[in-house]
Design a binder for this molecule. Sequence first.
Ligand SMILES: NC(=O)c1ccc[n+]([C@@H]2O[C@H](COP(=O)([O-])OP(=O)(O)OC[C@H]3O[C@@H](n4cnc5c(N)ncnc54)[C@H](OP(=O)(O)O)[C@@H]3O)[C@@H](O)[C@H]2O)c1
Length: 316
Amino acid sequence: MATDKQFGPQGWTPKRITSLAGKTYLITGANTGAGFQATRILLTKGAKVVMLNRNPNKSVGAVTKLRQEFGENADVSFIQMDLAELASVRNAATQVLEQLPQIDALMCNGAIAQIAKQELTVDGFESQLGVNHYGHFLLCGLLFARLEASKGRIVVVSSEGHKMGLRGIQFDDINWNKNYHPNKVYSQSKLAQMMFAYELQNKILGANKHVKVYVCHPGASNTSLINEKANLATRISWSIMVKLGMAQSAEKGAYPEVMCATENDLKQRAYYGPTGLLNFGGPVGECKLESFVLDQAVLSRLWTLSEQQTSFNWPV
Ligand SMILES: NC(=O)c1ccc[n+]([C@@H]2O[C@H](COP(=O)([O-])OP(=O)(O)OC[C@H]3O[C@@H](n4cnc5c(N)ncnc54)[C@H](OP(=O)(O)O)[C@@H]3O)[C@@H](O)[C@H]2O)c1
């Protein structure tokens, strides 16, 4: 449910962006879906975009497609990074720091969802938590100083799914070894991403740093997020939703993250996305941020655990 109409009845759209010439955006998981569409929108406004993608072949295809649309001089490239592997995240961050003197926004978009059976990353994390939360936690930490020097921002792409599980973190069995459930585990991972963002805001304030942190969700968008890794029932119900027109386009799904990466004067302690029926689609604006997401004891505990699990101490 929308809590305000900051951008008028149509909500936020890319028409609000004038020019992004001279700005640099980093985005994870951008060779398809909302991330690809976010890249397109940023390129239409003259930005430089560097994608952090796990699959080099798909990334070459994505860059080729974007150059066909925007011309050979379109400033788009990729660095290979697998969020499921901390070593790969570290390696990609090193390349980013070598190549990009300025980062205006780091958009944490890449994710996996509804993995039917428990899988572990090479670092031993339940895969949805590992990719969606721990991978981004480490990436943001490694790039934080460059973001600070750039007066940049971090955009966390979460999901309405964060409300559809335990509404908490299962600390006593964070990999869900005993009661694995695809949807609840996805929910936990997207909640963890949000909790990371709000705790980071706390820490930035405490350390008198200047990086801004925003959280959004893309509504229900017609992307490849639900794929062969999801169970049959989930795939069928998703395809019915798509056929019934309940999922908006991937391009519309990209609006909230592009808004958070580019719009001035957004509130940080907030949650943005489509504000229509069930927040599936509709005008992009501010959505209700539930109080369980800001439970300080959980925020602090998750932060400490995440530093331990990623063997990374944040510079704030
Ligand atoms: N679509 C929806 O209705 C919906 C709803 C709520 C939230 N979201 C969120 O929206 C964001 C974008 O998802 P989407 O819907 O656009 O899905 P998508 O089309 O599946 O795109 C997800 C992207 O993440 C990448 N990715 C997956 N695992 C990765 C890894 N280990 N390392 C690096 N990149 C990885 C994928 O790369 P590959 O191309 O290599 O697979 C893909 O490019 C996600 O954060 C998702 O949780 C989506």
